[in-house]
Design a protein around this ligand. Structure first.
Ligand code: ZN
Length: 73
């Protein structure tokens, strides 16, 4: 699974906010910072929990054409 990355896009403005292999503290900070700019009236707190933050984003693999095989031979 090495090299797998995810695209994180905002559900409000549809913009891609982050691309990462893991959602670490840096990525989460970026997502929160985006929410504060994107919809400050809805998100008033700069210190949201991870789940509350991710609720505003879509996370999907960055390589939709690279589907995992149904069965590894
Ligand atoms: Zn946004």
């Amino acid at each position: 699974m090495a090299g797998r990355r995810f695209v994180v896009s905002c559900l409000h403005c549809k913009r891609i906010v982050a691309m990462a292999g893991l959602l670490g503290a840096d990525e989460l900070n970026r997502l929160v910072a985006h929410l504060l700019v994107c919809c400050p009236t809805e998100i008033a707190k700069p210190s949201l929990g991870i789940e509350a933050t991710l609720r505003h984003f879509r996370v999907e693999p960055s390589d939709p054409g690279d589907k995992p095989p149904p069965e590894a031979a």
